[in-house]
Design a protein around this ligand. Structure first.
Ligand code: KG4
Ligand code: ZN
Length: 340
């Protein structure tokens, strides 16, 4: 059985076909990053317009690459939220219309659930239950995943998301948008220990995060000592070390609370090498295991939407005929009933 998945929540258009016995059959992606870079961030109206241009060609490619005709598709899954409302509307309208024309159901998918389940596309996949650390441009969350679809948010950022902090700090360092990966590259040239960033909320009893203070600290440090390329690399290094250590600290606390031995790390920031190393070390010290999606499934893509769509389709979830999206859609409000 095959599901077509469509992603359009932010600045990537994605379409993919997932088969429940054969696995992922195709995955087509177009990133708008170059277009938004000129403006230093995502321009929502431009994003919506570009999704309109790219959605159908990408869907055609995904069908073709997977050797599927419309009659081979059991349902059309699409990102219904959270995300930019206009961008979501494009994917929802296209998915809903195609499903209607093909006489197939449409399935709304939560983008965060897509990220969370992305490691399930890999051969080495985690068993349930597990702890999930979701770190993207819009979210930073620690989630207790007791069973498929059963999510309890244990902690989240009270201000900026981890990816947002990376991007804002990168901008301060003079790097183009989205600066996260570039900051990380710069940090590789940096000397560890020259600067020391604070560890916000490290001592707080809860599992929440705060990242906006790091950006302010970075701004001050850059102003005082960020003269040469080496200075900036050292600052990038210290910033990255602070984020890594705070993520590992909170994940460690959550693992102790849940007594889980499996950690899933997902979302765009999970591509970060320093963070991966830090969490690997944490799991080794706890005698547990860490699971990641491959890098192209860390950032936004259609494959994770097709996969989560299959899961929700089998649960019997369907979109009604109205085209509707949810720019805000908390993970812990999803339907939990699931017959394993
Ligand atoms: O999950 P994602 O593609 O989009 C959202 O749903 O937000 O995440 C994008 C975020 C951006 O903030 C980007 O800078 C960050 O992930 N990112 C990274 C790295 N790769 C992507 N941040 C730090 N290091 C990286 N290697
Ligand atoms: Zn995302």
């Amino acid at each position: 059985m095959r599901i077509l998945g469509i992603e359009s929540s932010c600045d990537e258009t994605g379409a993919a076909v997932y088969d429940d016995t054969e696995g992922l059959l195709s995955n087509a992606l177009y990133s708008q990053i170059a277009m938004h870079a000129e403006y230093g961030g995502v321009v929502p109206e431009l994003a919506s317009r570009d999704h309109i241009k790219k959605a159908l060609p990408l869907i055609e490619k995904a069908l073709q690459d997977s050797g599927s005709a419309p009659e081979d598709i059991a349902a059309v899954a699409y990102t219904a939220g959270p995300g930019l409302v206009g961008a979501l509307m494009v994917g929802a309208a296209v998915a809903r219309s195609l499903a209607y024309a093909w006489g197939k159901p449409a399935v709304p998918v939560n983008h965060m659930e897509g990220h969370l389940l992305a490691p399930m596309l890999e051969e080495r996949r985690p068993e349930f239950p597990f702890l999930a650390l979701l770190v993207s441009g819009g979210h930073t969350m620690i989630i207790d995943v007791s069973a498929p679809g059963c999510y309890r948010i244990m902690g989240q950022s009270v201000d900026d998301a981890a990816g947002e902090a990376f991007d804002k700090t990168a901008k301060l360092l003079g790097l183009p948008y989205p600066g996260g990966p570039l900051l990380s590259k710069l940090a590789e040239q940096g000397v560890s220990g020259r600067f020391h960033f604070p560890r916000p909320m490290a001592d707080s009893p809860n599992l929440d995060f705060s990242f906006s203070g790091l950006k302010t600290f970075a701004a001050n440090t850059i102003r005082e000592a960020g003269d040469t390329e080496q200075d900036r690399a050292d600052i990038a290094r210290a910033f990255e070390e602070a984020v890594t250590s705070i993520l590992a600290l909170k994940a460690g606390k959550a693992l102790k609370q849940t007594r889980y031995k499996r950690l899933v790390v997902a979302g765009g920031v999970s591509a970060n090498r320093s963070i991966r190393n830090g969490l690997q070390a944490l799991m080794e010290s706890l005698g547990g295991e860490v699971f990641y999606p491959r890098p192209e499934f860390c950032t936004d893509n259609g494959a994770m939407i097709a996969y989560a769509g299959m899961f929700r389709f089998k649960m019997g979830q369907r979109a009604d005929l109205a085209v509707s999206v949810r720019p805000r859609w908390p993970l812990d409000t999803l339907e939990q009933k699931y017959d394993r």
